[in-house]
Write a protein that binds this ligand. Structure first.
Ligand SMILES: C[S@@+](CC[C@H](N)C(=O)[O-])C[C@H]1O[C@@H](n2cnc3c(N)ncnc32)[C@H](O)[C@@H]1O
Length: 211
């Protein structure tokens, strides 16, 4: 099954009330590491496409300005509940993170935790995030990707049918998502679940990588 906005709206309406108390517990170590690697400084502008229930928000340092975008009103409603637990300014926007909804070149850092494997077109999401970044901006990604060069087994295809119904695609390659994007990998380390999830830093460049 291909991920679509229509399906995501439905499935994340169902996830919203239970996301923080179920799957998010598994993800905490990975997202903490991602934010540590981003090394945010006071006064920096941070964009979070697919901010979801705002699980990253309480982990951000004081004094950063945050803009979070999400398609799901129910996930955003959960994120709003966390706003009194963090002092930095947070703006939440309901919308499609595949389309640029913010001022181009205005962000120092972008957090793409658990979104590139969910959003229908991960490449469009990354392109749009990079357009929003300042020239020397950086992106952190905590997510699961198919190993480069690995073929997709029948078992994995079947598992993916199940996982896409639950709202995530396990068969995406980072190199495909980065095609034509003006960025390069500056750091890549195994994250949780034996390296199935990775924590990756990207730096913005002038030209995109080719395959
Ligand atoms: C697995 S959750 C991750 C949420 C959050 N980034 C985190 O780390 O917990 C995926 C999120 O992507 C959102 N999403 C899916 N498609 C989207 C789109 N086209 N634009 C913006 N957000 C989208 C969903 O509503 C959901 O909140």
């Amino acid at each position: 099954m291909k991920m679509t906005n229509r399906w995501n709206l439905l499935i994340y309406r169902l996830w919203a009330p239970i996301y923080d108390t179920t799957v998010n517990r598994i993800f905490m170590a990975g997202r903490q590491r991602a934010i540590q690697l981003l090394d945010l400084k006071r006064g920096e502008q941070v964009l979070i496409p697919g901010v979801g229930t705002g699980a990253d928000l309480p982990l951000l340092p004081e004094g950063v300005d945050v803009t979070g975008i999400d398609l799901s009103p129910e996930m955003l409603a959960e994120a709003r509940l966390k706003l009194d637990r963090r002092p930095a300014a947070v703006k939440l926007i309901e919308g499609d993170a595949q389309t640029l909804l913010v001022e181009p070149g205005s962000f120092d850092a972008v957090i793409l935790n658990l979104i590139l494997s969910v959003i229908p077109d991960g490449n469009a999401c990354l392109q749009s995030a990079l357009r929003a970044l300042k020239p020397n901006g950086r992106v952190v990604i905590f997510d699961k990707f198919l190993a480069e060069g690995a073929t997709i087994s029948i078992a994995r295809r079947l598992m993916n049918l199940f996982s896409t119904v639950l709202g995530t695609d396990i068969n995406r390659r980072l190199s495909d998502l980065m095609m034509g994007c003006p960025c390069e990998v500056t750091h890549d380390e195994p994250g949780i679940l034996g390296g199935m999830y990775r924590v990756i830093l990207l730096g913005k460049t002038h030209r995109g990588p080719t395959k």
